[in-house]
Design a protein around this ligand. Structure first.
Ligand code: ZN
Length: 447
């Protein structure tokens, strides 16, 4: 039972709150605190959200703060869900509070680039927190993608040693123990400050749960006031826009600049990534309210819809798209294959369907992209082989836990069906040493 919960601080991440709960509750171990809060150890709670709480924890927490409020005001939900379609936005809010779910199924989550891999903090906020609360905590607004400065103090954010993504073995890392002493470095570039304030105001605006206006319509409206849309409204100059944006943000020293491909998706197919959309809108000079509380007429929305079917659309530059997509695909394939793309860490088969879905490709487009095709083929494997890798992964995971286990446990966490087990045998040796293959075979035969 959870005896005591500290008060949650303004803009504090739920993860941070749980870290402080761990410190203050007198739990002896992470394991114990995790058991109080979560359903099972393999849940791998997410640092940006709440995680799969067990029934008692959910009930008790809901009495102190409603789960919806926690998600809206203390998780990164306003970032990831900001531009997704209305139904998806509502569904995600519900599922984050009530279901065990994989966040990658709720909304797109870009892989992390330079400067986004660790939880960040502001040295002056740390000092202030300590004065006011006696301890510091992880602030939500410091973790926004591409956020470089603390908008309150106009100084550079510092990286801690705590990874921002969820890890295989989850630990509570309270900010108080993980921020190092650092001198504040002030940002003088007024453009950079404006950009940070822009991200901040879009992130912290109330979520719109009434209107369902697609982000591509909103951006189309923004473009209509610029040279990037033909006066007729029938041609977008996407390549020019992407080139100009690239130069602009490179000049500012932004790390994760939206690629031509990402920009194209946001404009045409409703790519909804927060960082990409904000970069486009800021560059186009759109006001934050245009994004967070859009007021487009039906006529304006229709105009954008129609523009998708224009005949004079820019032909796709396959060579460029191939070159731009290759590193993205490499990372994606690597993560999926090794399991790091997965909340639970399970390796998966890199299927053609997954590649098409994740990269937003259609038809046989991969055939026009030789570099990407080569990467995909390098990761291609049969189902049987991927099952073998999953079994090995499950075996290692269970072994690491140190408790006795049987074949059923392996089957459960590997997700490999009973009827397919025999098919995996030829591949066990390929992916592990003789000893481990023997031990796994023994378990199969005992079963
Ligand atoms: Zn600050």
């Amino acid at each position: 039972m959870i005896v005591y919960f500290p008060v949650i601080y303004p803009d504090e991440l739920v993860y941070s709150w749980f870290c402080r709960y761990y410190v203050h509750s007198g739990c002896f171990s992470h394991k114990m605190a995790l058991q109080y809060l979560y359903c099972k150890r393999s849940d791998n709670p997410n640092k940006e959200f709440i995680g799969n709480l067990n029934h008692e924890a959910r009930e008790q927490i809901d009495k102190i703060y409603s789960l919806d409020k926690l998600i809206l005001n203390h998780s990164m939900y306003p970032q990831y869900a900001r531009f997704v379609p209305l139904e998806q936005k509502k569904k995600a809010l519900y599922r984050l509070g009530h279901d065990s779910c994989d966040i990658h199924q709720l909304f797109p989550v870009l892989s992390r680039g330079e400067g986004e891999r660790y939880l960040r903090f502001c040295p002056l906020c740390v000092r202030e927190d300590r004065e006011i609360y006696g301890e510091t905590y992880w602030h939500r607004s410091h973790q926004i993608r591409n956020m470089r400065i603390c908008t309150k103090h106009k100084c550079m954010l510092m990286e801690s040693s705590v990874p921002a993504k969820s890890e295989q073995s989850f630990t509570f890392c309270p900010a108080e123990n993980y921020v190092c002493y650092s001198e504040a470095v002030f940002e003088n570039d007024s453009l950079m400050i404006r950009f940070a304030e822009y991200l901040d105001s879009i992130f912290s605006a109330p979520m719109d749960f009434d209107n369902d206006i697609s982000i591509s319509s909103i951006l189309y409206d923004g473009m209509s006031r610029t040279k990037y849309l033909k006066p007729s409204g029938r041609s977008r100059y996407t390549k020019m826009l992407a080139d100009d944006m690239n130069e602009f943000y490179r000049g500012m020293g932004i790390c994760n600049i939206a690629s031509m491909y990402q920009i194209q998706r946001a404009l045409l197919e409703g790519g909804v990534d927060f960082s990409v959309v904000c970069q486009i809108a800021f560059f186009l000079g759109m006001k934050p309210e245009e994004l967070t509380a859009p007021s487009l007429t039906i006529e304006q929305i229709k105009q954008e819809r129609n523009s998708h079917y224009m005949k004079d659309a820019v032909p796709v530059d396959w060579e460029l798209l191939d070159a731009e997509t290759a590193p993205v695909l490499e990372k994606l394939a690597e993560d999926v294959y090794a399991g790091t793309a997965n909340e639970n860490g399970r390796p998966e088969r890199v299927s053609e369907r997954l590649v098409y879905r994740e990269l937003g490709l259609s038809g046989h487009q991969l055939d026009n992209m030789p570099r990407c095709r080569a990467i995909f083929e390098r990761y291609t494997e049969s189902y049987s082989e991927s099952w073998a890798r999953k079994i090995i992964w499950a075996y290692k995971k269970l072994k690491k836990n140190g408790e006795a286990f049987c074949w059923t446990d392996i089957r459960k966490i590997s997700g490999v069906k009973k009827k397919n087990i025999q098919l995996t045998i030829p591949y066990l040796m390929k992916h592990t040493d003789a000893e481990m293959a023997d031990q796994i075979m023994k378990l199969i035969n005992d079963y």
